[in-house]
Design a protein around this ligand. Structure first.
Ligand SMILES: Cc1ncc(COP(=O)(O)O)c(C=O)c1O
Length: 401
């Protein structure tokens, strides 16, 4: 018997960012000197105090099942984090922990979305949102944030996207892939629209909260629009800020009935996140925080290097983002040009594929994030590698006729 995918799975596609990484690996196996700017993870190590906390947890015997949605100590640390950093008051019963930020979003959607429900996703978006909505049986509705508005959703665009069927708006600030972060005033303006539509819940993905630049004042929507607190799920995690992508701890806080529903899903799917990683996350949130701004300063320097390097390329325009570790340059000026291979660059996918073939630099094409013609660079790598990558991209652009 041949294997046939379920109808649910047929609705989704595999992650395009992982596909780019796989292609780059294949070229590297052939002996090519590939520069891979596709992956979305910090190149820093997990701080030592966090690793030590994990080792101590093992030695203490914290190696058994825990409460399915997180140990009380971690929930308490999360409550404290939201109070300290976001001015948000939650009870531990309003907190849910899962193996990474990704399953937190997945659980929230699975717990709440019915067939036919619409979920508004501002584009460009993180690749997993639409497919998670589809897996949950919902319909993704895309609302474009243009480059002219810093890739941010305008209140009138949001208003036009809302229907009686809208269940959620997913906000992501700073954004993967654009690095755009919403100011307090911008969030308030979106909040004004949302106040008029009480059926819409807000899922805010604050994963890159700590990676902002130039003194940007970070805020999250439940903080600046308290009227929306009762229908907002504020999601975050330790993966990016604490360089803990492999530990798999993400969390969210929100209304208790939603948190309970998410816990029901967790109890019948993943069960608790790794007990040892949970203790490491307790130390991450309660321990010293000063390294975060030091690392953010390193990212800011790299951002400046990459933005300047890309803007020196003929046909590329690269805006300066407020946060995360991505840039999202436009290649509008290169569309219609011909590569030395004879290939005409008609789409951003053509651009990424020719760049990989010709200069062995791996980037992700904008169509994967729902807005073309752009591409995404993750600059979570050394300045030397980034300098070399920019030189190769400059050479590639100059070779297009
Ligand atoms: C915007 C955004 N949200 C969530 C996640 C998921 O984070 P985690 O690795 O904790 O599952 C990522 C990871 O790339 C991300 O970029």
């Amino acid at each position: 018997m041949t294997f046939v995918e379920s109808d649910t799975l047929k609705r989704v596609k595999p992650s395009p960012t992982l596909a780019v990484t796989a292609k780059a690996r294949e070229l590297a196996r052939q002996g090519k000197k590939v520069i891979s700017l596709g992956a979305g993870e910090p190149d820093f190590d997990t701080p030592e105090n966090i690793c030590d906390a994990a080792i101590k947890a093992i030695k203490r015997g914290e190696t058994r099942y825990t409460d399915v949605d997180g140990i009380p100590e971690l929930k308490a640390a999360i409550v404290e984090k939201f109070k300290r950093e976001n001015g948000l008051e939650y009870k531990t019963t309003q907190v849910s922990v899962s193996p990474g930020g990704k399953p937190v979003i997945y659980n929230a959607l699975m717990a709440s979305v019915n067939v036919g429900d619409e979920v508004i996703i501002p584009a460009p978006y993180w690749v997993s949102y639409p497919d998670m909505v589809l897996l949950a049986g919902g319909t993704p509705v895309f609302a474009v944030g243009e480059m002219s508005t810093g890739f941010k959703l305008k209140p009138e665009t949001l208003e036009a996207a809302i229907t009686p069927k809208t269940k959620w708006l997913i906000l992501n600030s700073p954004s993967n892939p654009s690095g755009a972060a919403y100011t307090e005033a911008e969030l308030k303006a979106l909040g004004e629209v949302l106040k008029r539509h009480p059926q819409v819940w807000i899922l805010t993905d604050d994963m890159y909260e700590h990676l902002t630049f130039d003194g940007f004042k970070y805020t999250t929507i439940a903080q600046v629009c308290p009227e929306l607190y009762d229908r907002t799920l504020t999601m975050n995690g330790v993966s990016k800020a604490y360089s803990m992508t492999g530990w798999r701890i993400g969390y969210a806080a929100g209304p208790e009935p939603l948190i309970k529903a998410m816990s029901k899903i967790i109890s019948q799917s993943t069960s608790n996140p790794c007990s040892i990683a949970q203790w490491a996350a307790v130390e991450a949130l309660n321990g010293p925080q000063d390294f975060i701004s030091e690392r953010a300063a390193v990212f800011q320097k790299r951002r400046d290097l990459v933005v300047a390097g890309l803007n020196a390329c003929e046909g590329i325009h690269c805006p300066t983002p407020e946060g995360a570790f991505y840039v999202y340059p436009s290649i509008e000026g290169l569309i219609g040009k011909t590569a030395p291979s004879g290939k005409v660059i008609q789409t951003d996918e053509d651009f990424a594929s020719e760049l990989l073939q010709q200069e062995t630099v791996a980037v992700v094409h904008g169509a994967a994030f729902g807005l073309s013609p752009f591409f995404r660079i993750s600059y979570a790598t050394s300045e030397a590698v980034l300098t070399e990558a920019c030189e190769r991209i400059q050479r590639f652009c100059a070779s297009l006729k």
